[in-house]
Ligand binder design. Sequence first.
Ligand SMILES: *[C@@H]1O[C@H](CO)[C@@H](O)[C@H](O)[C@H]1NC(C)=O
Length: 270
Amino acid sequence: MISGFSPLMGLSGRWRDMAHIWSAAFLFLTFIIRETLPQRIIGGQEVVPYSIKYQASLQQDRNHYCGGILIHPQWVLSAAHCWRPSNIIQVVLSEHNLAVEDGFEQVFNVSKIIVNPAFNSKTYSSDIMMIKLSRPAMLNAYVQPASLPDSDTSPLDSRTTCTVSGWGVTRIYTFYLSPVLRAVDVDFIYNCNVYLASRVNEFMMCAGSRFGGKDSCQGDSGGPLVCNGNLEGIVSWGIGCANPYYPGVYTRVRSFGKWINTVINADSQA
Ligand SMILES: *[C@@H]1O[C@H](CO)[C@@H](O)[C@H](O)[C@H]1NC(C)=O
């Protein structure tokens, strides 16, 4: 009944994967849990406008479809499954309410997109790509690159709380994006293959809430998961959203630090 268990459907992206059919029991349980955890992306809350300075919105025809993360004045990270041809998308920084143009937005065309060559669209392994903006962003009080973990950053442990942000749906069974940027705190989950039956490899990591109710969801793909001030994850996939048994799965940024630097250095020398 939970279609997410089939090899392909459960692995589709958080944006495309909208058509899960759940058992009535799961539906009931998830709603109960959500309703008993108020204020609580799914289970999150609106952020202070422009406080997540590295958050990007990927848009086509001015419609948000994925998140992204500014990591350098001219480079944005996102999930590879958010790829669309570079000439039809734009990147927006300093965005808060998608429905309102408040004058702080910085809108960019894209000069190139580099998808990680190991990306596997069936397993979502190496779900990471780099987007080069057509011009450098103007760094200011609202726009700053995220910091990435380096080899000296201590490993995450099971007590680590992370924050994920995005304009994704706020209710599990709707198609409506949040107009405003939202964030939610989720726990880093060390060995999530227990829950996800070996679909999680060393290029992925998991975060969620033991009780469900807090998660990233459709429309959050490509966005940041930040732990202890560092960008550790990119929203990638999940089985449904906010389900207590299935934590959200993120691209593990630590696995790609070298690749990211190589791409930026090679480009600046070209
Ligand atoms: C993006 O490219 C289009 C078409 O080339 C151009 O009309 C537009 O002004 C550009 N926008 C920005 C923000 O650079």
